[in-house]
Structure formats: C-alpha cells, structure tokens
Design a protein around this ligand. Structure first.
Ligand SMILES: [Zn+2]
Length: 388
C-alpha cells in the first residue's frame, strides 16, 4: 500500500506536481554497484559507484585506528570480494547492514589519517560517486609547511617534470581496442624519464602509477621540483575515426577563446580530468595559485614554451611512422599548462580514436621512437637557450 502511494507520488511528480519532502526522503534506495580503491603515495581513495546521490556520515575513531562510513537508504550490490582490500593505509574493511537500507563500512587503518568524504556528480560517462579520501596525517602536516623550492643554483642539471595525463578514476580517452589514455601516457612517461636521466637531465614524474592527481597538483609538483620544463603527455580522441597525428600545445593567453570547435572540445575534455578523476569542488579554488597566475613572468614562460614546442615538433617530424596532426605549435587554454614561470607544453601523441594509431601507440618500438624524439627535442631546446 505504501509502495503504491509512492509510485503514485512519483507519477504525479512527473506531471509537474511538487512532492512533499517526507516522500522524497523515503524514495527508492540508491544502488551501490561497485567499490574500488586507489592508492597514491599520499592518499588512499575509496570510491563507490551509485545511481543517485546518497546521505552519509563519516566517523573517525578516537584512537584513529578505524574510520566508519554510514550510508543511508542504499541497495548494496557490491561484490563481497571488493571488501578484501589492503594497501599502505587500509588494513581491511568490514560491512554491516542495518534496517531500512543503512549500510555501515568500517575500515581498519595501519596509519593515522585525516579522512574526508564527498559526492561527485555524474560526469564523462561516470555514474555519481561517493569518495572517501584518506590522507596520511604526516603528509598533511608536511603539505601545510608549504613546498620547498629547489634552489636555483646555476650548476645543476636541467630539471624536466613529465606529466602522464589522467590516472585512477579518470581513464582519459579510450581507444576502440580498449586502450586507456592513462595507461599509454604512463608507459611513455616512465620511458621518457629513463631516457632523459640517461642523457644527463633530472627528470621527475607527476604520477608514477595508476592513480589520480588533480591538475593543479601536477602544476605544483613541477614547482616543488624547481622544473625548468614541464611536458604533459596525452593521447587524443575525436568522433571522426580518421583524425590522426600528434600535436604539441602551449598555453594561450588567458581568456582567449579556442579558435575552432575541435580544439574547444579537446580542451574541455582534458580540463574535465578533475571532475572525472574526482576533485571535491571545494578544493579547486586555490588562492595561492590564483595569485601566482597573475605573475607577469607568465608571458616569458609562454614564449619559452613556444620555442620548446617548436623544437619538439621538429624532432617529432623525424619519427618515421609518426604523422603530425598540426604542423605548428597550437595554443589553447589547458589548465595543466598554467605554471606562471615554467615553460609548459602538452603533447597529444596520437589519436586513440584512430584504430591504426591506437595499435601503433601500444607498440614498444613506437613508444621508444617517440621518447627518443622528445629527448632530442628537449636537448635541442637547451642548446638553443645556451646559445641565446
Ligand atoms: Zn588527455
């Protein structure tokens, strides 16, 4: 009888009548279909796929050995094996189900953490999600002390920070054959780091494994390393499967609109990484970074980025099996390129939406040829700077 009344209420709501709040609260439960865990060097993130928003509360035990999340009015459909989790922070999970669809999950911990939880809206083909983020308490204290900039002594080797695009919750583009952009960018980034190090540079990665790093964090990692150059690696996708070729991008002047629709779509896709990967929206506003962005040195960094982009393109042109999508460096408003003082470029290595290029980009020999070209281009840039 209650069910029939509810169905009637839902039917009425479809015709435009407003439901009383009590009926809304007693609505159909949200289905929790998957639970997964991502580990990066500082955090563990536990993600639940939902089919609509849920109400939840997060509790931290006084002795900090356990956190508990209580989720209300849900239908728990998660595979029990998903609860067998263990990483650097979490020792295990235990589920208990109460009445009226309340689910309680207790996570036992190996370390002291500062926990938080937030909801993510459905975006980029991802369902709505509930995220628990556990930050190691000692890491949080370190971050509060602010990053220490590497001293800029003249004698040191040049520092290049390589940014493998996407990661964790955010796969980036997905090829027809199932290749994830986040996977190929990481493979090429590791190889590039190795090659640059062998060539006498200091090279660092913004992520070393499959986990999500917010865009602004990637920028701040480059600053922490005192980077001389920042190169973000990506692979494009387009609705027209014949689109192909590599391209190199620099940051455009702020506020300048993207010249064409395809470029606008690419920038939107790359910049939406934070929403897909799961940044709590409250986290995006960063007054420190905003102030830095006002810095006048940005113009100088942009000019140097253009010349770095050009040496990379010249070098990429020599890779036998590689086509170029654009024969000149393009400028666009990519969030990850917004370092005020570090010349930053973004390389779209290929189109994953092109079947031939997807296969090619997965090949070791092709990745190695790309890496050699990027290394040669980097060396050419530093030679040109030394001559100037
Ligand atoms: Zn990308």
């Amino acid at each position: 009888m209650v069910r029939r009344a509810l169905l009637k209420a839902i039917f009425l709501s479809a015709t435009g009548l407003v439901l009383p709040v009590s009926v809304l609260q007693a609505g159909t439960p949200s289905r929790v279909s998957h639970m997964r865990l991502w580990t990066d060097p500082e955090h563990t993130r536990i993600v639940f796929d939902l089919d609509k928003k849920v109400r939840y509360s997060l509790y931290n035990d006084a002795d900090a050995r356990q956190i508990t999340i209580k989720i209300k009015n849900v239908q728990w459909l998660v595979d029990p094996s998903a609860l067998k989790i263990e990483d650097a922070i979490v020792a295990g999970a235990a589920l208990s189900q109460g009445g009226s669809g309340t689910v309680q999950l207790a996570f036992s911990l190996k370390k002291r953490v500062s926990p938080r939880a937030f909801l993510l809206k459905s975006v980029g083909g991802k369902p709505p999600r509930l995220v628990i983020e556990l930050q190691q308490a000692d890491v949080e204290a370190m971050e509060k002390e602010q990053p220490v900039l590497v001293s800029q002594s003249k004698k040191r080797e040049p520092v290049i920070v390589i940014d493998p695009g996407h990661g964790g919750e955010d796969p980036g583009a997905i090829g027809l054959g199932g290749t994830y952009e986040k996977t190929v960018t990481l493979e090429v980034a590791h190889k590039l780091r190795h090659e640059l190090t062998a060539s006498g540079y200091q090279a660092h990665l913004t992520r070393t494994d499959d986990y999500f790093v917010p865009l602004r964090k990637r920028v701040s990692i480059a600053r922490q390393h005192g980077a001389d150059l920042f190169v973000s690696l990506h692979a494009d996708a387009f609705r027209i499967a014949s689109a192909r070729g590599a391209s190199v991008y620099c940051l455009s002047e702020q506020g300048r609109p993207e010249p064409d629709r395809a470029l606008r779509m690419l920038v939107e896709r790359e910049n939406s990484a934070d929403l897909i990967g799961g940044v709590d929206l409250g986290e995006v506003a960063d007054p420190e970074l905003r102030d830095i962005l006002m810095d006048l040195s940005q113009r100088d960094a942009r000019n140097r980025a253009m010349s770095y982009g050009n040496t990379l393109l010249t070098s990429l042109k020599r890779v036998p099996a590689l086509q170029l999508h654009f024969r000149s460096v393009k400028q666009a408003g990519f969030a990850v390129l917004q370092s005020p003082d570090i010349p930053s470029v973004l390389v779209e290595m290929a189109f994953l939406s092109n079947r031939d290029e997807e296969i090619q980009l997965r090949k070791r020999e092709h990745q190695e040829a790309l890496v050699r070209a990027l290394t040669n281009g980097t060396e050419a840039f530093f030679r040109s700077v030394a001559l100037a």
